[in-house]
Write a protein that binds this ligand. Structure first.
Ligand code: M6R
Length: 606
């Protein structure tokens, strides 16, 4: 999604804005631009494609100025052309925008009728003209901004500069996040704290409807009613240095390899070394909860599907899990006393946020499982249990997913104990197995070359089917999503038991079928499905433990042997080979692994 940076101070801002944009690259974008105020005019450089194009343009035509705004655009309204790239400007203001202005057509018609000439197809340009219209009526920049914000419908984070006001930068938020950075004699705004990491560690997060005046030595924040308010300043722990790839070729690979450490960190925060839970206090008692609702998007939603099995099997607590974009509009009746769990890496996903607003309006307690503690979802929740994955830069989620699973399993075990649904020995055994997961993942990672070799065979496939049962069904869906996202190969994740009800028609000698078949109660059932696929000439890629592979009784194309583990924690372990398989298939195909086409890391618009 679009990324925003802004800066005001006494040094040239253009190189710093470009650096801020590089830190936002991971969000996904297809064009970029920077505007500064110089000699009483707005000076803009924009370019389509990667930031290197913009950087080259800045080398050819440098930008001076001590106040400016920058933007990476992920196209929504209008193609990724230079004309549609931000900043959008009139003779009086320049604007960068993240979000969608839903009433832009009506506003544009109104402004065009007044003589405003538009240069792009975007909804964002409307904001520049609207503010200009108020300036033309004699309002100050602050008044014009406040008046314009009241006319905008939809979601936005904005950065605005005004001709003739070299000492002023304005930021605003509704629906999309915006961080404000406090410097010494400088002030900044950014879509997230990461963008501002080398400039400051003192960050305030604008609340819904807030807007802020940024001056070189002062920041004034207003709420939605234009009243001056204080917002807490957080000291962020993000490193000033660019978060790097280290020895790895891609962030995704680095993040896959970080999993043993970050799962370990997450577990250390939630358990004791003697296999007991040490969860933060919750504002409800699991004993009294009649029903849990879990919402999320993409990978986060699949973590929720795994959690459904855990809560239902271990805690005997009914769970509904839904894709947030569906849940937000389906007007689900919600039971009094219910808990809604939001799962999100970024904590900014627009649909998940909207689903939570609905759940809150229905009297539900909100529990957030997020990776960014200051995110909008965390702030809306009654309680947050954070994943400790650290910044995840690769668009394809990996370590965020397995740390989400870690937190969700600990929550399910807490609920199980509170409800008396699990005996102490079984709870201890699961926690013990969970504590062994980091070491077992390390063993899988040591064997990555075996998966790398397999990926060469997968790279030519047109379609790939992933099968799993029970707790492994969501991992089949997650494996197929990973492959689609970064290798652009069509893939589907199916419950293995559904094979005979349709997908089996797809099986022929060209169809690779990845089957997740850990030991446990469902092993024999899945082994039967493997035989059905093999009997029809399908290429079975079997992921199991040594004993599972030895006893399958069917000809498989490739076997990936994982350490034996308790069936309850298998989703964590079995996530890793499907991540590696997607990664190396993408490498074999030569795609852009960390920033796959069309995808955004954090989906802050609907
Ligand atoms: O930040 P979130 O966890 O809320 O993001 C949800 C999805 O957009 C995200 O998981 C997406 O599916 C990833 N690209 C998956 O790899």
């Amino acid at each position: 999604m679009c990324g925003i940076v802004g800066m005001i101070g006494s040094r040239p801002v253009s190189p710093l804005l470009l650096d801020g944009l590089r830190r936002l690259e991971y969000r996904g974008y297809d064009s970029a631009g920077i505007a500064t105020l110089t000699n009483g005019v707005i000076d803009i450089r924009r370019a389509t494609g990667k930031l290197d194009q913009l950087a080259q343009r800045l080398v050819d035509q440098p930008l001076a100025g001590h106040v400016g705004i920058g933007h990476t655009r992920w196209a929504t309204h209008g193609k990724p052309t230079e004309a549609n790239a931000h900043p959008h400007a009139t003779a009086k203001v320049a604007v960068v925008h993240n979000g969608i202005i839903e009433n832009y057509r009506a506003l544009r018609t109104e402004l065009e009728a007044k003589g405003h000439a538009f240069a792009s197809e975007t909804d964002s340009e409307t904001i520049a003209h609207l503010i200009t219209d108020y300036l033309d009526q004699g309002l100050t920049p602050q008044q014009a901004t406040a008046a314009s914000l009241k006319r905008l419908e939809g979601a936005f984070a904005l950065g605005i500069v005004f001709v003739g006001h070299n000492d002023l930068l304005i930021g605003a938020r509704r629906g999309s996040p915006l961080a404000i950075g406090f410097g010494d004699g400088e002030a900044y705004l950014g879509s997230d704290a990461l963008a501002l990491a080398p400039l400051t560690n003192r960050i305030a997060y604008l609340e819904e409807g807030d807007w802020a005046e940024l001056y070189a030595g002062k920041i004034i924040i207003h709420d939605a009613a234009d009243k001056i308010v204080d917002r807490k300043i957080h000291i962020t722990a993000l490193s000033g240095a660019m978060i790097g790839k280290g020895q790895y070729r891609h962030f995704m690979l680095k993040e896959i390899f970080e999993q043993p450490a970050v799962i370990g960190d997450t577990l250390s925060a939630l358990t004791t070394p003697d296999d007991a839970l040490a969860m933060p206090p919750l504002p409800f008692d699991w004993k009294d909860v009649p029903r849990v609702t879990i919402v999320g998007c993409g990978t986060a939603c699949y973590a929720g599907v795994v959690a459904k099995y855990w809560f239902e099997q271990l805690a005997r607590l009914p769970v509904e899990v839904d894709i947030a974009s569906e849940f937000r509009y389906r007007e689900a009746p919600m039971q009094a006393g219910g808990v809604t769990i939001a799962v999100s890496q970024s904590g900014e996903t627009a649909d998940t946020l909207a689903a939570l607003h609905y759940a809150k309006s229905q009297g539900q307690k909100i529990l957030a499982v997020v990776n960014v503690p200051q995110s909008s979802i965390a702030r809306l929740a009654d309680v947050t249990v954070p994943t400790m994955a650290g910044p995840e830069i690769g668009v394809a989620s990996t370590k965020a997913f397995t740390t989400q699973l870690t937190v969700l399993l600990c929550l399910a075990l807490t609920a199980a104990q509170a409800r008396g649904a699990i005996d102490a020995a079984r709870a201890k055994a699961i926690l013990h197995a969970l504590r062994e997961i980091p070491a077992q993942i390390n063993a899988v990672l040591r064997d990555e070359h075996h998966i790398q070799e397999l990926a060469h065979h997968l790279a030519d496939a047109r379609d790939v089917l992933y099968l799993g049962r029970g707790l492994l069904y969501p991992i089949a869906m997650e494996g197929s999503l990973k492959l689609k996202e970064i290798s652009y190969i069509h893939a589907e994740g199916y419950p293995a038991g559904e094979l005979k009800h349709g997908p089996i028609a797809l099986i022929d000698e060209n169809m690779p079928v990845v089957v997740l078949a850990p030991g446990g109660a469902l092993y024999e059932k899945t082994a039967s499905n493997i035989q059905e696929v093999a009997a029809r000439g399908g290429k079975v890629i079997m992921i199991s433990d040594k004993s599972g592979i030895a006893h399958v009784g069917a000809k498989t194309f490739w076997n990936i042997a994982l350490p034996e583990t308790d069936a309850a924690v298998a989703p964590l372990l079995y996530s890793v080979p499907v991540q590696l398989l997607a990664y190396y298939t993408a490498i074999a195909k030569g795609t852009d692994v960390d920033q796959p086409r069309n995808l955004a890391k954090s989906v802050t618009v609907e």
